[in-house]
Design a protein around this ligand. Structure first.
Ligand SMILES: [Zn+2]
Length: 110
């Protein structure tokens, strides 16, 4: 079945507590890291963007807008460390290869 659109892939690399929460002072801020990607029929074509959201396990505060220098630094560090997985670009190889094979097959039966 044909489908296309944007999906979210969640990375779990930074689920450990990393820094102290600026609101409740607990050492309990961890980071949600997600990558959105475009897919056609469940085959990823390309990764669009990273979404890095620090959250405190203790007070449940989410820091979407980095108003705190330590949160801003954490987002910057995670952004530099997290690489988009290669397989999120798999469709850029699979689909052209399938078209090439289909074209070669079509030429061979002519
Ligand atoms: Zn907190």
């Amino acid at each position: 079945m044909f489908s296309f659109g944007t999906e979210i892939y969640r990375l779990n690399d930074f689920d450990r507590e990393m820094i102290q929460c600026p609101l409740c002072a607990e050492q309990s801020v961890f980071v949600h890291t997600q990558i959105s990607y475009f897919q056609i029929s469940d085959v990823p074509i390309y990764a669009k963007g990273k979404h890095i959201v620090p959250q405190c396990r203790s007070c449940n505060s989410q820091f979407r807008d980095a108003n705190f220098p330590e949160i801003e630094q954490l987002i910057k560090t995670v952004d530099e460390e997290v690489k988009k997985p290669w397989w999120l670009y798999l469709g850029t190889i699979v689909y052209p290869a399938a078209i090439l094979v289909a074209l070669l097959y079509w030429l061979s039966i002519q």
